[in-house]
Design a binder for this molecule. Structure first.
Ligand code: HEM
Length: 124
């Protein structure tokens, strides 16, 4: 498996552990206010990271070069900051909204770079 797939799966499983921990916390406390943060950590963090990792494993020719590594760091940093700041926002801290907005854009940039990798021909 390409190294970049390993990176994505290592990040993905950490997001799943954090996402499930938050889900269990909501269930046990009965306070579902942070459901949006839970959903985004699980879906952007666990599901999408694992899909990126799976794509690179199935297309090792696309995993070469620096761009996939740059894409990994941009996307993962975006999701980490977005997950934490969205949690804080939904917990009643409206001041963090600009951080949620900025990190959402960083996450989106990571997705656009992935789109570029998918559409461009592989380097041989
Ligand atoms: C043991 C694991 C999990 C627990 C205990 C859990 C718990 C919860 C709870 C308590 C809610 C709030 C429900 C509500 O207020 O209506 C929720 C919502 C949600 N969860 Fe989970 N969850 C788990 C795993 C997952 C996973 C793995 C995913 C996605 C891959 C996921 C995606 C979602 C989504 C999309 C929502 C709806 C969010 C919203 O309405 O804003 N959950 N979950």
């Amino acid at each position: 498996m390409p190294r970049i797939s390993e990176y994505f799966f290592r990040a993905a499983i950490v997001f799943l552990i954090a996402g499930i921990a938050l889900g269990l916390h909501m269930s046990i406390s009965g306070n579902h206010a942070v459901a949006g943060a839970h959903a985004h950590i699980n879906l952007l963090g666990w599901v999408t990271s694992a899909l990126f990792g799976g794509y690179f494993a199935l297309n090792p020719a696309k995993a070469v070069g620096r761009l996939p590594v740059i894409q990994f760091f941009i996307y993962t940093a975006g999701v980490i900051v977005m997950g934490i700041s969205l949690y804080l926002l939904l917990s009643g801290n409206p001041a963090v909204e600009p951080i949620v907005a900025a990190s959402s854009m960083v996450t989106f940039l990571g997705v656009l770079i992935f789109a570029w990798i998918v559409w461009m021909p592989a380097r041989h």
